[in-house]
Each structure stands twice: as structure tokens, then as C-alpha cells.
Design a protein around this ligand. Structure first.
Ligand code: C2E
Ligand code: CA
Ligand code: CA
Ligand code: CA
Length: 278
């Protein structure tokens, strides 16, 4: 089995034909993950397309389970949402990201911190209060915090949503729409909601250097964003061709493996240190 290159988690995934028992086992493990310090964050830089300056990093959660190994967030975030564990998990992520941003700022680099928000946490009554408590407790500079929301999160209840987003903006933070273009929703919210940034989903970036259709969509999104005074980030940029194309289209920021993989904090600090020498 080892020679096939699969890790423990993938093997477990393969063997567990019964989905329910697999879910139950993961749930038990996930409950313990926080206490056991099995979760950690990695940071993925977002750079200015023209200057390549690092303007922000996106916090991405990782789970190294003692016996199963690395479990991807695409597996355990939905599970955490089903079981309600997402609230303590999400609060832990936000607090950790704020603390790490503080220590990055102490080293002298005033970058921002993008934090992914879970739909379930966002829709809880106490969401803004819990966020504010973390901001107070960590004394983080809120103007350097960017929350990444998805279209599906903010669409169902448009009236209440505007209210919530306005309250979030009053905390001094910025708001970004993640995975833009995949939500199949009306675009009217873009002008009604107090947003700062659109992140073009990586599926559109994939074929940008090859397929006319994808590059037309990306061009149109960038143009629309400019008219609406929104910044644009292209995510999932993996090669030079895609980068050159986005630069030509005047996309403000890029993120992806072309620049770097997501990094643990100590490696990010080293990168920030060397990057300034460019
Ligand atoms: P996302 O927010 O859209 O994050 C982007 C995903 O694409 C990340 O996967 C990232 O590692 C990956 N990626 C970045 N650049 C490239 C690239 O150039 N090529 C390719 N192929 N992939 C790239 P990851 O870390 O596995 O996260 C998957 C999803 O899990 C995230 O999608 C997000 O929805 C969720 N997630 C991750 N961390 C958190 C978190 O801390 N809180 C919440 N609520 N959700 C999270
Ligand atoms: Ca994201
Ligand atoms: Ca995304
Ligand atoms: Ca995504």
C-alpha cells in the first residue's frame, strides 16, 4: 500500500465503505482535535500583480490526525458544520489568525490577513459578537482583516444580509467574495452589498491561457469589478502564462502555486523577510 503513495487518511477513506461509520469516527476524532493541538494554520500569500509585493495572506486550516495523517479541509469543514463543531473550530481559527497577524506585524510587515468564514458560523446570531470579542481580546488591527465570504452564504436572506455586512464593516474590516462566479446567483448584490474584493474562482483561471471562453469570462469579471470599485484577486494561478495573461488584463492581485504553496508561519516570516530584498 505504501508504494502506491497514498497516505493513511486516503487508505482509510478507501477501506471505509460504510460512509456512516467513517463519519462517526471522524467526528469523534474531530472533537478531540482541538484539545490535542492537531489543528494548525498555513498561510497563502496574495501578491500585487504589478509589483509582486505580498499584500496579504489567506489562513488555511490543516488537520494532522495522529493515526490517520493529513485530512483535507474539504472533508472536515463540512463535517464540522454538520455536527456544530464548526463554531469552536471557526473561533479557534479566527483567533489564531489574529494572533499570528499580530506577530507578523511586530516583525515589521504590515500585510493583511484573509480569513475564510464558514456559512454556519456566519449565520449564527452570535457571529458578529464572537468576532468582535476575538478582535478585542487579540487587539488586532481590524483594518488588516479581510473576511472571505461565498455567494451562497450571503444570498438566501438578502435583507438581513445587508444589515449584517454593514455591521461587519463597522468593525473596520474588509469583505471579499470567495469563489466568485460559481454561485449561480444574481449579480445585483454586488452593488447593494458593502464589498471590497472579488476573488475569481480558480476554475476560471485554469484555462485562461488556453480557452477563449475562460479568458473572456475573466476579462469580463475584471472589467465589471473595476466599474464597481472592487479589487480583484485571481486564485489558483499556477504558471507564468496565466500570470502574464492576468497582468495584461490588469487583474489587481494574484494567488497560487506560481508564487508559492501555503506556508507555516515560520516559513512565511522567512519569505516576507527575503521578499523585501527584491
Ligand atoms: P478556498 O478558500 O477556495 O481555498 C483555496 C484552495 O485552493 C486551498 O485549498 C488552497 O490550498 C488551494 N490552492 C491555492 N492555490 C492553488 C493553486 O495554484 N492550484 C491549486 N490546484 N490549488 C490551489 P485547501 O487549503 O485544501 O482548502 C479548501 C477549502 O477548504 C477552501 O477553499 C475553503 O473553502 C475551506 N477552508 C480551508 N481553510 C479554511 C478555514 O480556515 N476556515 C474555513 N471556514 N474554511 C476553510
Ligand atoms: Ca478562500
Ligand atoms: Ca476560493
Ligand atoms: Ca474553493
Amino acid at each position: 500500500a505504501k508504494s502506491s503513495g497514498k497516505n493513511q487518511y486516503e487508505l482509510f477513506h478507501q477501506d471505509m465503505h460504510q460512509d456512516e461509520s467513517k463519519q462517526m469516527m471522524l467526528e469523534t476524532y474531530l472533537r478531540k482535535a482541538l484539545e490535542r493541538n492537531e489543528l494548525y494554520l498555513v498561510y497563502h500569500p496574495i501578491v500585487d500583480t504589478e509589483s509582486l509585493e505580498i499584500v496579504s495572506v489567506e489562513a488555511l486550516v490543516r488537520w494532522k490526525q495522529k493515526t490517520l495523517g493529513d485530512i483535507p479541509p474539504s472533508e472536515f469543514i463540512p463535517l464540522a458544520e454538520e455536527t456544530g463543531l464548526i463554531v469552536p473550530l471557526s473561533e479557534w481559527i479566527i483567533q489564531k489568525a489574529c494572533e499570528d497577524l499580530n506577530s507578523i506585524h511586530v516583525k515589521g510587515t504590515k500585510i493583511s490577513m484573509n480569513i475564510n468564514v464558514s456559512a454556519l458560523h456566519f449565520n449564527q446570531d452570535g457571529f458578529i459578537k464572537s468576532l468582535n470579542e476575538i478582535f478585542q481580546k487579540t487587539n488586532v488591527s481590524t483594518r488588516h482583516i479581510v473576511l472571505e465570504l461565498t455567494e451562497s452564504m450571503i444570498m438566501p436572506n438578502a435583507v438581513e444580509t445587508v444589515d449584517k455586512l454593514v455591521k461587519l464593516k463597522q468593525l473596520g474590516i474588509k469583505l471579499s467574495i470567495d469563489d466568485f462566479g460559481t454561485g449561480y446567483s444574481s449579480l445585483s448584490y454586488l452593488s447593494r452589498f458593502p464589498l471590497d474584493t472579488l476573488k475569481i474562482d480558480q476554475s476560471f483561471i485554469k484555462g485562461i491561457a488556453m480557452y477563449k471562453e475562460n479568458s473572456s469570462i475573466v476579462e469580463a469579471i475584471i472589467m465589471m469589478a473595476k466599474r464597481l470599485n472592487l479589487n480583484v484577486v485571481a486564485e489558483g494561478v499556477e504558471n507564468k502564462k496565466q500570470y502574464e495573461r492576468l497582468k495584461k488584463e490588469k487583474c489587481d492581485y494574484i494567488q497560487g502555486y506560481y508564487i508559492t504553496q501555503p506556508l507555516p508561519k515560520h516559513k512565511l516570516l522567512a519569505l516576507l523577510h527575503n521578499w523585501e530584498g527584491n
